[in-house]
Design a binder for this molecule. Sequence first.
Ligand code: AKG
Ligand code: FE2
Length: 203
Amino acid sequence: MELFEREAYPSKNWLPHDGTVNYYGKIFELLEADRLFEIFLATIDWQPDQAVIFGKTIVTKRKVAWYAEKSFPYRYSGTTKVALPWTEELRSIKELAEKHSGETYNSCLLNLYHSGEEGMAWHSDGETELKKDGSIASLSFGAERKFSFKHKQTKERIDLLLENGSLLVMKGTTQTHWLHRLPPTKKVNQPRINLTFRQMEEN
Ligand SMILES: O=C(O)CCC(=O)C(=O)O
Ligand SMILES: [Fe+2]
């Protein structure tokens, strides 16, 4: 498919308007990306997530974890989590994401998708604890997955492929005007780990 052959130009904005999405492509070599995947799988405190769907609380197969600079409480999908302190690898990847994006991050939400059957539904990351129009740096390890944006008013769609060891940055008014999702797919049966470094309001 044509969309999967697009090259990564970090300075290119993949959104036509109302926000900025930069895709840096693979910032880790394959061996390093695979090594980090295994470390995260083994050392992160993975927990099932909860989601409220039509008023019912369900437990997701997808696992999540929440790490930060401080023990921030963080509301996410109707539950409150308290952040764990950075691991060595998370701190160094955070610093790498900061170097690439020119922004600083103080927290990270991690997702573990065991296979393509697990995904994440349309949403935007506009929680009130997050800095308004802040930057989110998303790193992907393991299976390549499609990632989609949909404009809240015009319904325009943009699809990207998130590769093993890659970095994507969403910033500006992206969360105000666009939804994003990780569509489930039967074509992928390998796991994927995603790290989203975020900017929590500190007060
Ligand atoms: O897994 C991904 O690539 C996206 C995760 C996401 O959108 C989120 O955690 O808010
Ligand atoms: Fe998100």
